[in-house]
Design a binder for this molecule. Structure first.
Ligand code: DGT
Ligand code: CA
Ligand code: CA
Ligand code: ZN
Length: 561
């Protein structure tokens, strides 16, 4: 976690705890400040009052935190209401206010107590709660518990990169590379694994565990520690073992089992130390991953594919696909501006797209039914389209006028077909009424796909990883409809969503349904999410041809037209 993130998390906890106490207004101020701190540069912390939304009171909290590592008033709030607010608010439908009420009424402080209270029907007796709420809480507890254990790739990947660069700077270290699920770009990760080549493994372990970390295990080959709420395993190896160690610690376990069987087939022995000829005991590979693959008679398998989903056999046949890369992505087909809930103007979003060298950008703000996001009326939507088209004359990126329409409960959209027909790109998504059974959700999604004006089905499952499970739906039915209606499915690249999932990408590839790797950017910096989307598309074996926004402007215009 960067210092900015740490401070933002502190301010957010402040906001949650004030809200739990029933304090008005202040929580909002702390949340706004948290957001600004997160966006600000690290230098900005030296003069917190200059950060937008940070007033004198909050600035002094920031200074106190930086000086002492704690904030007295926050400690008092924690003592006053000793609840695990982070865990409790992870339960869908439980916000800080609910936490406060359940603490006052029933003394609930953590997930176990929440579950117990719900199981014994105590929650429905608290004023303002009903049987249904209690049932929902009960259903949400297990999910919240599981999600507590795994970290979003959006958090662990930047952390792993930061750690790798710190480890690399050590004098005793020759090389450090992130392995494990982070390297495979799994959507959530259990811990961070780093393979480290070092001449002096003891010195390396000492140096690293000197950092502000809680040491769990310190050994010759493996040092584990906990830093900033993240478990880290350093796998310390010799230079000539690097390739086989990286291959082993990248996993997945199932992939390793499959590759070991390939080795056995070929009369070889494979482990983290190298590859040996079983008969002569001669060491035939180990220094690089490439040479390990070669010894096994396999094409090099990109880490994202190493899940034992057929990649080992395909690599032996030499038939792995050429996976899509971030550089293949030519444009963005789902973006927002401050005319709805975005944080930047149309001009800023366009400038950001130009800076990234995008060939095209579709501006797809929210439509009317999404009141919370300031959804646009027909008139406002037309005005935005006019502005987008006017701006298109002056910029280096092809702009498409669009909208992200809401799929209503009956499967219709909240904008008339006439208005949508005037736009170039229509994304349709579900944003409300998400408590649905499978049939209902499937029908809603399929009707949207069947709408002739819809080009892309946005974040189909509605999940938010670790915080909202999303509704169940029949993916095959939606895929079939998308194939026959020539609609693309979105792979929303926001690391909280990654929706559709990696295994569903695979199905799209098979069914020849294009996948739109969209960032759903609300600020120019969120175009960076494309990395997570591309990684997930790679995990689904997608090539550039399978990704709608890796197509050229001409190809895309043809498809839209
Ligand atoms: P995670 O951390 O739960 O997100 O998943 P991974 O895949 O990073 O798993 P982790 O951290 O337990 O171990 C890192 C890699 O080390 C794993 O992907 C494969 C390898 N590995 C660990 N334990 C075993 C094992 O018992 N058998 C085999 N074949 N490989 C293992
Ligand atoms: Ca791991
Ligand atoms: Ca590990
Ligand atoms: Zn959106």
């Amino acid at each position: 976690m960067t210092e900015n993130d740490e401070i933002a998390a502190m301010l957010e906890e402040f906001a949650d705890r004030l809200e739990a106490k029933g304090v008005d207004y202040k929580p909002r101020a702390y949340r706004d400040a948290a957001e600004s701190v997160r966006e600000a540069s690290s230098d900005a912390l030296d003069e917190p009052t200059a950060i937008p939304d940070v007033g004198d009171a909050i600035a002094s909290k920031i200074e106190e935190f930086r000086e002492k590592g704690r904030v007295e008033e926050l400690e008092e709030l924690r003592d006053e209401m000793p609840v695990d607010i982070e865990a409790l608010t992870r339960v869908e439908g439980v916000g800080p206010k609910t936490v406060g009420k359940l603490y006052e009424a029933l003394g609930v402080t953590d997930l176990d107590e929440l579950e117990d209270a719900a199981q014994h029907g105590r929650i429905q007796n608290v004023s303002g709660f009903g049987e249904k709420t209690e049932q929902n809480i009960l259903e949400g507890v297990e999910f919240a518990r599981q999600s507590a254990e795994r970290t979003l790739l959006g958090k662990s990947l930047p952390k792993a990169r930061h750690l790798v660069s710190r480890v690399e700077e050590l004098g005793s270290v020759k090389r450090a590379v992130a392995a494990g699920s982070v390297r495979r770009r799994k959507e959530t990760t259990g811990d961070i694994d780093i393979v480290v080549v070092s001449d002096d493994r003891e010195a390396t372990a000492d140096a690293v565990t000197d950092w502000d970390a809680e040491v769990i295990q310190k050994g010759e080959r493996k040092t584990s520690f906990r830093k900033d709420d993240e478990d880290v395993d350093l796998h310390l190896v010799k230079e000539d073992e690097f390739g086989s160690a990286l291959q082993y610690f990248t996993g997945s376990k199932q992939h390793n089992v499959a590759t070991r069987n390939v080795a056995i087939d070929r009369g070889l022995k494979l482990n983290e130390y190298g590859v040996w000829d079983d008969e002569t005991d001669e060491r035939v590979a180990g220094e690089t991953e490439e040479e390990v693959h070669e010894a096994l008679g396999m094409e090099y398998v990109p880490p994202e594919l190493r899940e034992n989903r057929g990649e080992v056999e395909t690599a032996r046949d030499g038939e792995l696909p050429e996976l899509v890369e971030e550089e293949d992505v030519r444009g963005e087909l789902h973006s927002h501006t401050d005319r709805t809930d975005g944080g930047a103007t149309l001009e800023e979003m366009v400038a950001g797209a130009e800076e990234r060298g995008f060939d095209y950008l579709a501006v797809t703000d929210h439509t009317e039914a999404l009141g919370v996001a300031g959804g646009l009326t027909d008139e406002e939507l037309r005005a935005l389209a006019d502005d987008v088209r006017a701006l298109n004359e002056d910029v280096d990126v092809r702009l498409f006028a669009g909208a992200e329409a809401n799929i209503l409960k009956d499967g219709s959209l909240d904008v008339s077909d006439d208005v949508l027909a005037e736009l170039d790109v229509v994304v349709a998504s579900i944003h409300s009424g998400m408590r649905m059974e499978e049939d209902e959700a499937t029908e809603r999604l399929v009707s949207a796909v069947r709408n002739d004006e819809v080009d892309i089905l946005g974040h189909p499952s509605g999940r938010l990883i670790n915080s909202r499970e999303g509704y169940p739906y029949d993916f095959d039915a939606v895929l079939d409809a998308a194939a026959s209606e020539e609609v693309a499915l979105e792979l929303n690249s926001n690391p909280h969503r990654l929706d559709i999932h990696d295994t569903q990408v695979w199905r799209c590839v098979e069914a020849r349904v294009p996948v739109a790797v969209n960032t759903d950017a609300h600020t120019p910096s969120e175009y960076d999410y494309v990395e997570y989307g591309v990684a997930t598309a790679r995990r689904g074996w997608a090539t550039a041809d399978d990704v709608l926004n890796a197509w050229t402007v001409e190809e895309l215009e043809d498809w839209l037209g």
